[in-house]
Ligand binder design. Sequence first.
Ligand SMILES: NC(=O)c1ccc[n+]([C@@H]2O[C@H](COP(=O)([O-])OP(=O)(O)OC[C@H]3O[C@@H](n4cnc5c(N)ncnc54)[C@H](O)[C@@H]3O)[C@@H](O)[C@H]2O)c1
Length: 322
Amino acid sequence: MTDIKNVLVVGAGTMGSSIAMVFAANGYKTVMADIKQEFIDRAFTQVDKSIAWMKENDLLSSDDYENAVKANLTGILNGEIPARGKEFDLVIEVVPENKHIKRSTYEMLSESCREDCIFASNTSGMDVFSLTDSFLKNPSRLVITHWFNPPYLMKIIEVVQGPKTADAVGDKMREVLESCGKKPSVLRKYIPGFIVNRLATAICRELYYMIEQGWVSAQDAENALKYTDGLRWSFEGPIELWDFVGHEITLAVAGDVIPTLCNATDKFPLADEIFRTGHTGVRAGEGVLKKYTGDFDAYVAKRNSRILTMYKVMNKFEEEDK
Ligand SMILES: NC(=O)c1ccc[n+]([C@@H]2O[C@H](COP(=O)([O-])OP(=O)(O)OC[C@H]3O[C@@H](n4cnc5c(N)ncnc54)[C@H](O)[C@@H]3O)[C@@H](O)[C@H]2O)c1
């Protein structure tokens, strides 16, 4: 496969500006493209803010990160892509989650870029493979790379292959993302929810079901996970935990549990109740767990600070395991 040196990030919004920063910081010549100059300017301001935040929080031990971003990151207007498209080895598509915008972006990229240029979509879940199948030149180079917000902090990136994606493309994206200090998980088949949201759905379906049945309160269900897996998962995920416990035990327990699990496929437990009451979460002032009366931004800030604390703890554990 072609060596990846030149990266184009199309769509320089919340995710695109940060993703572009990560590539530039790790030595890739990176160009951000957006539809208006003011959006490019906003993206560079966002990059400066993110670097300032990382410095304030002791995540950068030298000026190397900032210097690499300054040396490697530039911006262009979308209209310049057709003339410059052949330069790029990898395009990350980060335009809004809208079928028309994604489709027209791929039509333009397919015409503008070399056929060996990898196209990686940051879609949250859209089937970009079917969307582009009728016109995309060389569909074996199209893959999803699903980043989490904020991209400079969250190490996980789900790399999702479509029906025609070459395994070599999934493997190449793993290599490139690892070179940026990330922890990619490669999913060889496009399935709804990928890995992270799929598992969150499975867990919450069972939790909501137990609450709906009146077997447990939301708070007690929450605590049961928070004070067990919440404590362990930063160093030992569920698969390693079961290896630790031993499968003569785990599988015996699972054998009793499986026939009693919620297997509803028509609608999600509690869904009717949630929509009837309007308790749709923090933004609505109340969710399944509790009322949220404070300022939303303060809630986000507190949450981010805790993510940062856990990020540092996980880094420490990773160092110990090396
Ligand atoms: N925000 C998140 O937390 C998050 C997380 C994971 C995935 N995603 C996905 O990432 C993608 C982008 O989300 P976002 O939150 O960064 O959106 P955003 O609205 O912040 O950014 C999108 C950017 O794309 C630009 N744009 C619009 N049309 C364009 C075009 N034709 N060509 C080039 N640029 C164009 C916009 O001007 C904007 O700057 C979506 O597919 C979204 O589902 C978002």
